[in-house]
Design a protein around this ligand. Sequence first.
Ligand code: PLP
Length: 357
Amino acid sequence: MSYPIKIEKTTQSRINQVDLNRVAFGRTFTDHMFVADYVNGEWTNLEIKPVSDILIHPANLTLHYGQAIFEGMKAGKDKDGQPVLFRPEMNARRLNFSARRMCMAELPEELFLQALTTLVDLDADWIPENEDGALYIRPYMIAMDSFIGVAASETYRFLIFLMPVGPYYANPVNLWVERKFARAVKGGTGEAKAAGNYAGSLYPARLARQRGFDQLLWTDAIHHKWVEESGTMNVFFIIGDAAVTPSLDGSILHGITRDSVITLLKDKGYEVQERPVSVDELFKAYDKGILREAFGVGTAVVVIPFKSITDEDRVIELDPGSFQIAPMLKSELNAIKKGLIEDKFGWVHHVGVGVGS
Ligand SMILES: *Cc1c(COP(=O)(O)O)cnc(C)c1O
């Protein structure tokens, strides 16, 4: 089925004012956005139009009680210059997972995909062609009721806008093990991509930056013993011959890159262990000389090596230049997206009309 999306094209494209190969992450926007409203139990007013401000009432529920969820994904171009998305149906599904947790309206997956592909197709000229460049896509949903009372909104707005981006981090990162604050707790909202989770992470992240670190390594909220995530990345450790990543046990975001990395590693014959990993285990493995690599994975960074992990007065220092698996995963993922190697898992979604899936 096809949804009726009204399209109003800009008469003044801004694309010539932008150097697509030199954009700062998250500050440059393409010409168009998608907007839809959830009213009386259905999604209506489906529209693609020039990017503009949105009007909200001072009593808008989102501003007070935080019903807001988002997704993050990327569009690139394959070797033939065709725009491609990576596993977009996973984002559609996860948005609805987040919506259920935050008591918000769900969005039909087909509508998500149609809106996304129509918008990306329209603004495809904004996709940077350089190695690390891509169009970063931000689908999100907010509550729209104007009402002061802690209750679920009855109206919502879903939007998608696009940003040409370069690499998220230029260099390998230095981590601080967070043992006081928590990002998420089992039973909380950490598994949802809910806006408030990120607000709560800002202060601890600032303290870590003041101490000279790039990012936090979050530990579990109860014991501050088990490794969870780093910033907005899932984490992997190569211990001996095995790739180890914390199991998804209720407080960790279900990363699509994480899932893809696990699939790739298993396909290449690596042993992958999804299980609890303690900070102490990392230090013991490091002392024994078997902590070979540590890296973060996520849509924005793809794969980023960790250079050091500091836990109070002890430090793990790694040499990202010697890593084998992290760079292999990054180039493998990029090659699949570019169509340079076989897409054996069916991850690549062609955007252009009538092309592929
Ligand atoms: C988005 C996000 C990730 C990474 O998920 P991807 O689907 O791989 O982009 C990991 N952790 C957190 C907290 C996130 O918000």
